[in-house]
Design a protein around this ligand. Structure first.
Ligand code: 5GP
Length: 365
């Protein structure tokens, strides 16, 4: 099937890391600027940015480099706007974007100001009609007059809902993780709906963060965990017993854990290209998507890091359709089902379901 088709169908993205989704062209531009200022050696980083195959360990080195390039307020705002516009332009109608709030004393950045820069990026999206839980004041500030005569052209633009997840990096302390959860709670009216645990799976113990994750849950935030990127069965069992609202990857589960996952019905965020590129799964032919799909286990196709892995959600749909022999109808259904597993508020879920129903009827899918 043509790539155009996968671009054209409405899609839902639930596992995308902000700094992993930055365009190569933006990274190169930022690297050039820092090179000119003598902060980095451009020739050293250019080939790293353009490299395509990276092991899991190399991927985390790449993130350290990306963070050097992106972690100031203006750049965080810029990449947020660009990432949202990139997803919207390939017909992603709901995006749950996750990012790790960062403190950077040398740039006067706190976790709070980092997140303000992210939200500013959402406000600056103008090529699309963005819904990111604007409060009344925000609406006023944005001067959204579209409800009166569509003066700003807002109503004629394609719509994308964006909600945010704040990530805890496994390198952090419990205290830092708590700060992130409290920040998420403070920013609920700006579309923060949950907490993610990510970062290098070979680093730290997930149990360090349990008090913060429990607190998040008690306060009504949803939780998703990167689970099973490495074959640490004790950790995998512990994570599944916690019953997070979703998990990411689920690659290295031995039989017991696999059975537990299936019984739990925890939805799995599947990132095909990421798993193959990092060699977490040896080939698409043996990917666990097939088993989960055939047993009707809740799953969502996602990109993980569209920039780092040179992919897009449309490409992931194309890959899944070709590899697992799925047709237009099945793939559309997969996208539609993803709405159910989002962390958005009921009103948004219901609007999205109506939208998918309308498209389905229109195209007799
Ligand atoms: P950020 O949170 O800085 O916006 O996005 C990049 C960060 O997301 C990385 O530093 C890392 O902590 C996390 N991340 C991105 N991709 C992966 C992945 O495939 N696995 C894990 N465990 N963490 C990831």
């Amino acid at each position: 099937m043509e790539m155009d088709y996968w671009v054209s169908i409405p899609k839902v993205e639930l596992h995308a890391h902000l700094n992993g989704s930055v365009r190569d062209s933006t990274l190169l531009e930022l690297a050039k600027e820092l090179g000119e200022k003598g902060i980095i050696l451009f020739s050293d980083v250019e080939h790293v940015i353009l490299k395509n195959d990276r092991s899991l360990t190399e991927v985390f080195k790449m993130f350290d480099l990306i963070h050097i390039l992106t972690t100031d307020h203006d750049t965080v705002t810029r990449i947020t706007k660009e990432v949202v516009e990139d997803f919207a332009s390939e017909n992603v109608v709901y995006l749950e974007l996750r990012t790790t709030p960062k403190r950077n004393d040398s740039r006067g950045m706190t976790k709070h100001s980092y997140m303000e820069a992210v939200v500013e990026g959402l406000r600056r999206v103008d090529a699309f009609n963005i819904d990111f839980a604007l409060t009344e004041t925000e609406l006023w500030k944005k001067g959204t007059s579209c409800q009166r005569n569509n003066e700003c052209g807002c109503l004629s633009k394609r719509k994308i809902y964006v909600r945010l997840l704040l990530s805890i990096d496994r390198r952090e302390t419990l205290e830092a993780a708590m700060e992130t959860v409290k920040l998420a709670l403070d920013m609920r009216n700006l579309g923060v709906v949950g907490i993610d645990l990510s970062g290098n799976p070979k680093v730290g113990e997930w149990t360090t963060f349990l008090p913060a994750l429990r607190f998040a849950r008690e306060q009504g935030l949803r939780v998703t965990l990167h689970c099973g990127e490495v074959p640490n069965q004790e950790e995998i069992h512990g994570m599944l017993d916690f019953l997070p609202e979703r998990i990411g990857h689920a690659c290295c589960l031995e039989e017991d854990a696999w059975r537990k996952l299936k019984t739990s019905k925890i939805p799995v965020e599947i990132c095909l290209t990421s798993n193959i590129r990092t060699n977490t799964i040896s080939s698409i032919a043996v990917h666990h998507f097939a088993d989960l799909y055939s047993t009707k286990h809740p799953l969502i196709l996602c990109t993980d890091d569209s920039g780092v892995f040179s992919t897009s959600l449309s490409k992931e749909y194309a890959i899944a359709a070709a590899a697992f022999g799925l047709g237009k109808k099945e793939m559309f259904q997969l996208a539609k089902n993803a709405v159910e597993y989002s962390f958005a508020e009921d009103k948004v879920v219901s609007e999205l379901k109506d939208f998918f129903d309308t498209v389905e009827a229109e195209f007799s899918l």
